[in-house]
Ligand binder design. Sequence first.
Ligand code: ZN
Length: 220
Amino acid sequence: MKVTVWNENCHEKSDPRVLELYPGGLHAYLASVLECDDIEVRTATLDDEECGLTDEVLADTDVLVWWGHMAHDKVPDAIVDKVQKAVLSGMGLIVLHSGHHSKIFRRLMGTTCNLKWRDDTKERIWTIKPNHPIAAGVDETFVLEPEEMYGEGFDIPEPDEVIFLGWFNGGEVFRSGCTFTRGHGRIFYFQPGHETNKSFQNENVQKVIKNAVRWACPVK
Ligand code: ZN
């Protein structure tokens, strides 16, 4: 299986805390989490030519993992067109955290993808579809602290499945792990993963992302 991890790689240049938590940047860290015997991982960033998402790279990608936040508008529409086409043709897409506002996610959802937001809270995630492949081996419930509050209403179309629910210590709730299908492509959105929090180091979060990549891999 071939996975491409895309990261805008911007916070890494302005906030030293990101590289302390995630040496080499979020893309390099996530690649190291995913890399294994049967998963070959490459990374791509906004700094690369064509955002690192050339026709050759997309044609050679089974699943694209997306992290972006402050530079969504720097991704050219032509790249978004190509990624959308690849998803419709069967490429899997895993959108993490603030990627909810990425051009590609909004394009595929067709809605604003707006949500409620608050900084520096405690989150408890509940696995509400434990028999789903993305939930395999994931605890029934686990805590991420600190994590950002992403709250309902979340302006997305009705997901195919909601696998994880998030609860926050302000009482807010969120559909933290949702699946969608667009054309032949499988899409999973997962809410944790603020760049200055340790969430990507959490064993359950890592399991979810690994499972999601396997689930989203196209059947050939
Ligand atoms: Zn964030």
